[in-house]
Design a protein around this ligand. Structure first.
Ligand SMILES: Nc1ncnc2c1ncn2[C@@H]1O[C@H](COP(=O)(O)OP(=O)(O)OP(=O)(O)O)[C@@H](O)[C@H]1O
Ligand SMILES: [Mg+2]
Length: 344
C-alpha cells in the first residue's frame, strides 16, 4: 500500500528580484525514488535545501507525513542528506564516521555498534571499518557517506549529485548500489542529477525542471516515450525534431510534408522521432532525404548522422553493424505511429 510521504505545495523562492523556484507542486510516495533532473541553475539544489530545511521558501508549504514542516528546524525533520563532496571526517575511522550520527543522538553503545555494523555491511564496506577515509577510493568514500546517512534510518534521504565526482564506470556501479540500498532500506529518496541517463537508470519517477519550474513528472518510460513538449524530448534521450504548421492531418515543414500520428488543431507544432525508430531507405523512397555525414560504431549499435537539405541533422540508430557509408545519399522513413506530435 502506498502512502504520501512528502508534499511540496506551491513553493516559490526568490533571491532579491530573481525568482529561482516558481509555484512548484510535487507529491512523493513513501519508498519512492524520485530524481530531480535539470540543467545547471534550474533550481534543483534550492528545492532540496527547502526540503531539508537549510533554506526557507518565500511562499508555499512543505508537508511531511501530512504535517506542515515548512518552518521546522533542520535537525527535527527526520531527513538525511548526502552531498557530492562526501565530507567525511578525516581524523575518524570509517566506523567512527558512520557511528557519528548515532553518538550525536546519544544512543546506547551496544546499539551504536550493531547499527554501525549493519550500515557498513549494507554498503559492503565491513572489511574497511578500521581504515581512515584517505585510505579509500572515491567510490568507497561515497559509500561511507551513504552509510553515515542510512545508519540512523531517516524517513527521507536527499542526495545532491552524489556521484558527480566519480568516473563513468564507478558511477554505474554506484547507481546499482543505490538501487539495491533503496530496495533493501525502503527509504524515500530524492536524488538530484543533471545526467539524464542516470535519471533514467535510477528513478521510479523523474521530475524534470527548467528555469525554476517543473516541466514534467513521470516514470522514465513515460517521459521518454511520451514527452509533453519539444523541450522534454530534446532533454531526455536523443531525438529528431521537425518543426512546422499543422494542416489537417499533416505537418507542413521546410523539409517536406509529413503525416501526423494524432490530430491537432491548426498551428505551430513539432514532430519528434527517436533515432531508433528511423529507417535508412534508398534515396527517393521517402520524402525526407539527406547525406550520411557521420558514422559511429558503438558495439551494439551504429549511430549515423544524416545532413538534410537545409543543413539540419537527423540521428539514426541501427542495431549492430550498418552497411551505409559516409557520403551515401539516403531517404529517411519511420512508422507514423512511432512519431510523436508535440507543441512547438
Ligand atoms: N544564495 C543565493 N543567492 C542568490 N541566488 C542564488 C542563491 N542560491 C542559488 N541562487 C540562484 O538560483 C538558481 C538556481 O540555483 P540552484 O543551485 O538551485 O541550481 P541547480 O539546479 O542546483 O544547478 P547545478 O546543476 O548547477 O547545481 C541559480 O540561478 C542560482 O544562481
Ligand atoms: Mg545544484
Amino acid at each position: 500500500m502506498s502512502s504520501v510521504k512528502l508534499q511540496v505545495e506551491q513553493i516559490t523562492r526568490h533571491y532579491g528580484k530573481t525568482i529561482v523556484l516558481q509555484n512548484l507542486d510535487l507529491t512523493i510516495q513513501t519508498g519512492e525514488l524520485l530524481t530531480l533532473l535539470g540543467s545547471s541553475g534550474s533550481g534543483k539544489t534550492t528545492l532540496l535545501q527547502i526540503i531539508s530545511g537549510l533554506t526557507e521558501p518565500t511562499s508555499g508549504r512543505l508537508l511531511i507525513d501530512g504535517k506542515d514542516h515548512t518552518r521546522t528546524p533542520v535537525h527535527q525533520r527526520d531527513i538525511g542528506v548526502v552531498f557530492q563532496n562526501y565530507a567525511l571526517f578525516p581524523h575518524l575511522t570509517i566506523e567512527e564516521n558512520v557511528a557519528f550520527p548515532l553518538r550525536m543522538r546519544k544512543l546506547p553503545g551496544a546499539e551504536v555498534s550493531r547499527k554501525t555494523k549493519a550500515a557498513l555491511d549494507m554498503v559492503e564496506l565491513g572489511h574497511a571499518a578500521q581504515r581512515f577515509p584517505r585510505a579509500l577510493s572515491g567510490g568507497q568514500q561515497q559509500r561511507v557517506a551513504l552509510a553515515r546517512c542510512l545508519v540512523y534510518q531517516p524517513g527521507i534521504i536527499l542526495m545532491d549529485e552524489p556521484l558527480g565526482a566519480l568516473d563513468r564506470q564507478l558511477r554505474e556501479t554506484m547507481q546499482m548500489e543505490i538501487k539495491r540500498i533503496h530496495r533493501e532500506s525502503g527509504a524515500t529518496i530524492i536524488f538530484v542529477t543533471h545526467d539524464q541517463e542516470e535519471a533514467l537508470a535510477l528513478s521510479d519517477r523523474i521530475c524534470l525542471m527548467n528555469e525554476g519550474r517543473i516541466v514534467q513528472i513521470d516514470t522514465p518510460q513515460t517521459i521518454y516515450q511520451q514527452p509533453n513538449s519539444a523541450f522534454v524530448a530534446s532533454f531526455i534521450g536523443l531525438s529528431n525534431i521537425l518543426k512546422g504548421d499543422v494542416r489537417g492531418d499533416q505537418l507542413v515543414t521546410q523539409q517536406g510534408v509529413f503525416a501526423l500520428p494524432t490530430a491537432m488543431p491548426a498551428g505551430r507544432a513539432s514532430l519528434m522521432i527517436r533515432p531508433e525508430d528511423v529507417r535508412i531507405l534508398k534515396a527517393g523512397a521517402a520524402p525526407l532525404e539527406g547525406e550520411i555525414c557521420e558514422r559511429i560504431y558503438a558495439g551494439s549499435e551504429t549511430r549515423l548522422v544524416v545532413t538534410l537539405a537545409d543543413g539540419a541533422r537527423f540521428i539514426v540508430r541501427s542495431r549492430g553493424m550498418s552497411g551505409d557509408k559516409i557520403g551515401d545519399r539516403v531517404s529517411l522513413g519511420w512508422d507514423v505511429q512511432q512519431s510523436r506530435l508535440l507543441l512547438a
